[in-house]
Design a protein around this ligand. Structure first.
Ligand SMILES: O=C(O)CCC(=O)C(=O)O
Ligand SMILES: [Fe+2]
Length: 322
């Protein structure tokens, strides 16, 4: 069954991305995720209160405002506690990660997979490069070191931040907001048509892989989006995101990746946490058990403490990266 219209498919092929509205039902598909994240935040706030780091757990505030308060008052940030992947380096046996059933429900949401199937085909593998990002107001970002999970993201192609093994794979990025993503709270920005220029040089600046501005073509567009919409993007589409310039809003979004079964993921260290999300040829091979998904990530975490994986193909002294 085709879900994307001809025009949407054309946009995806020509521009390297397309926004599809009304894929998810915010009340059914997104609200349960916020319930899980409320519990995660409750645990964080309760712990900080017990340790005397904050004077109130700020119970009763809406999630975004409560998260901002807890971060500001403690001077700390908690990017990993909500994320659904592990850090790129320094994974410890107790590194925080959130692997709740509502999040697994999003990763395997049938309407989401219908859209994915239009691009990827009927044998769909969920790539373990997947994140939730709680982008904080700039002012609430602690000095301890930036994380792209809570801050603005510099120009890059998703292909550039994984290993060359996946250069020829067809990895589809699916970006979706849980609350409204606006120019003010730091929505995504894309460069239409940039997926045709191959993989650009990414310089390892301030610990993050970044395409230098002079290599980024003109015509970048901000993409404000409403909950329920999903953005489909190729792995070569140049994108970044804006700062959250608001006072109390948190931009909450997921970026998920799917590809045909059998292709390299580009993050072999996390490959154990990838899974078949849908298969027409062998429907029983699809993972349906959220506990099994969580167990796979925990196994990757247990193995990851000793073996820091490499994610980067560019050295700091690459030409043009002075
Ligand atoms: O959400 C963001 O700010 C950046 C996301 C991103 O780079 C991605 O989805 O690949
Ligand atoms: Fe990206």
């Amino acid at each position: 069954m085709r879900v994307l219209s001809e025009a949407q498919r054309r946009r995806f092929d020509e521009d390297g991305y397309v926004e599809v509205e009304g894929v998810l039902d915010p009340a059914c598909d997104l609200a349960p995720i916020l319930v899980e994240y409320d519990e995660v935040l409750d645990g964080i706030a309760g712990g900080l209160l017990a340790d005397g780091v904050i004077g109130s757990a700020h119970r009763g505030l809406p999630f975004p405002e409560r998260l901002v308060r807890v971060c500001e008052e403690s001077g700390r940030n908690f990017p990993l506690h909500f994320d659904i992947s592990l850090p790129q380096a320094g994974t410890r046996p107790d590194s925080p990660i959130h692997l709740g059933p509502a999040v697994f429900g999003l990763l395997t949401n049938p309407r989401l997979l219908d859209v994915v199937e239009d691009i990827v085909g009927p044998e769909i593998y969920a790539n373990p490069v997947q994140h939730v990002r709680m982008k904080l107001p700039k002012r609430a970002v602690a000095k301890q070191g930036r994380s792209g999970l809570i801050s603005q993201i510099p120009w890059h192609q998703d292909n550039g931040v994984i290993l060359p093994e996946a250069d020829e794979a067809t990895i589809l990025t699916v970006w979706l907001p849980v609350n409204e993503a606006t120019v003010a709270n730091g929505c995504l920005r894309v460069v239409p048509g940039s997926h045709r220029d191959g993989i650009l040089t990414h310089c390892p600046q301030t610990g993050e892989l970044t395409i230098p501005d002079r290599l980024v073509a003109d015509g970048a567009l901000p993409l404000p989006m409403r909950p329920g919409s999903v953005l489909l993007m190729t792995q070569r589409t140049v994108h970044s995101s804006l700062d959250n310039a608001t006072d109390r809003d948190v931009r909450i979004s997921f970026d998920l990746r799917y590809q045909p079964v059998g292709q390299p993921t580009g993050r072999p260290a996390f490959a154990g946490a990838g899974f078949i999300a849908r298969s027409a040829a062998d429907p029983d091979s699809a993972l349906r058990d959220p506990a099994e998904w969580a167990a796979r990530w925990l196994a990757v975490r247990a193995a990851g403490g000793t073996d820091a994986p490499a994610f980067n193909r560019w050295a700091a002294n690459t030409a043009g990266c002075a």
